[in-house]
Design a protein around this ligand. Structure first.
Ligand code: XUL
Ligand code: CO
Length: 442
């Protein structure tokens, strides 16, 4: 492949310079090559860049158009612009030292006038991505289909009341699965953008949920038929753009998957800002997925405490990320998942360098959290505290309860004849919060 022209000529690959560095375009905590437990930090964290925000985001919002103008956004036609844009994207992936990327079909290739035309465009861009992946070593964390932007999907895709739209969406997912397989994608994501409702006045909720399950079964069957080995992921979100989305949060996602016999085929892609929109913490969603053995991947971002929508910001809250990392490491990591920066620049952040600052901050914050969480786990203070808190279930009648060897009658007799009133024990929350603070500021 011929050497493409540089789209970020002023910016060199980002180097690790350590916590004391004054260079804003250097990593302070993320050294991709640092070896920990026989693996590089890059292999532990598996950072990924979201094509849609970083290469299709313009800063537009409901009150005004885009503000971000990129120099590569010009060319003869939509396909040639898309090809150049992809060159710029892969140059960025390399310079920011991200080993992975993620995309929706329509992020990388323009829609044509017909589905066949859209598929032809996608083939062009997937071939280009294949070349660029090979030339750079950057890999695909996951692919997905955009089933929410085009007006045909205004009432949902798999949950659309019109079977024609269901069929169209199915055809689009078939193609997106082909593309993900061709690019060696390690996962495939379903985010149910408009798979929900605006009003129950026009909605058959039961039928829509049945259809969504049918759609996912069709995808599972097709993936099997083409030998796609990637992990399927559901990305829960409670609302936005719909008033109510069926994959509300991890707990309702688990119930849905189990109801329809899909639980063996899916794990969860948990997004920080979706968790908080659902009224949960990021760590809560990770714990719920991990408890079900369904922790898959992370969409790394943050909401704003004062705004009630999906602001998709880069997350530099090391305390929040340390708690998340603790739960992830306790669960044994993300396997084939990774940390995908589903995060966008603020509308006035219009410089090319801002794209680097944003990702440097996100990567540094996660690297720091990873290291703090590892220290916490190595010391084992929290683990010991929690283990001691539940120790009464390790022996005697407590163990019998867990092992299903006891009845209400047995326990009744035990309390009346032997145990009497339980002795209250402190939960010690403030002590534990202070302990966490010590680790965070060592
Ligand atoms: C939207 C969102 C999506 C998914 C992929 O809130 O998070 O970008 O990650 O469709
Ligand atoms: Co997301």
């Amino acid at each position: 492949m011929k050497k493409a022209k540089a789209h970020f000529p002023q910016i060199k690959p980002i180097a690790y310079e350590g916590p004391k560095s004054a260079n804003a375009l250097a990593f302070k905590h993320y050294d991709p090559d640092e070896v920990i437990d026989g693996r590089t930090l890059s292999a532990h964290l598996r950072f990924s860049i979201a094509y849609w925000h970083s290469f299709r985001g313009t800063g537009g919002d409901p009150f005004g158009p885009g503000t971000i103008v990129r120099p590569w956004e010009k060319g003869r036609d939509a396909v040639s612009i898309a090809l150049t844009r992809m060159d710029a994207a892969f140059e960025f992936f390399q310079k920011i030292r991200a080993p992975f990327w993620c995309f929706h079909d329509r992020d990388i290739a323009p829609e044509g006038r017909t589905l066949a035309g859209s598929n032809r465009n996608l083939d062009r861009l997937v071939a280009h991505a294949q070349d660029l992946q090979q030339a750079t070593g950057v890999r695909l964390l996951w692919g997905t289909a955009n089933l929410f932007s085009n007006p045909r999907y205004m009432c949902g895709a798999a949950t659309n009341p019109d079977a024609h739209v269901f069929a169209y969406a199915a055809a689009q997912v078939k193609k997106a699965l082909d593309a993900t397989k061709r690019l060696g994608g390690e996962n495939y994501v379903f985010w149910g953008g408009r798979e929900g409702y605006e009003t129950l006045l026009n909605t058959n909720l039961k039928r829509e949920q049945d259809h969504l399950a049918r759609f996912l079964h069709l995808a599972v069957d097709y993936a099997k038929s083409i030998g796609f080995k990637g992990q399927f992921l559901i990305e829960p979100k409670p609302k936005e753009p719909t008033k109510h989305q069926y994959d509300f949060d991890v707990a309702s996602g688990i119930a849905f998957l189990r109801t329809y016999g899909l639980e063996r085929h899916f794990k969860f892609n948990i997004e920080t800002n979706h968790a908080t929109l659902a009224g949960h913490t990021f760590q809560h969603e990770i714990e719920v997925a991990a408890a079900a053995g369904m922790l898959g991947s992370i969409d790394a971002n943050a909401g704003d405490e004062l705004l009630g929508w999906d602001t998709d910001q880069f997350n530099t809250n090391v305390r929040e990320l340390t708690l998340a990392m603790l739960s992830i490491l306790r669960a044994g990591g993300l396997g084939s998942g990774g940390f995908n920066f589903d995060a966008k620049l603020r509308r006035p952040s219009i410089d090319l360098a801002d794209l680097f600052h944003a990702h440097i901050g996100g990567m540094d914050a996660y690297a720091l959290a990873f290291k703090v969480a590892r220290r916490i786990l190595a010391d084992g203070k929290f683990e010991h505290f929690i283990a001691a808190r539940y120790a009464s279930f390790d022996t005697g009648y407590g163990r019998d309860i867990e092992k299903r060897r006891t009845s209400l009658r047995d326990l009744n007799r035990l309390v009346l004849t032997k145990l009497g009133e339980p002795k209250p024990r402190s939960g010690k929350q403030e002590y534990l919060e202070n302990l966490l603070m010590q680790y965070l500021h060592q």
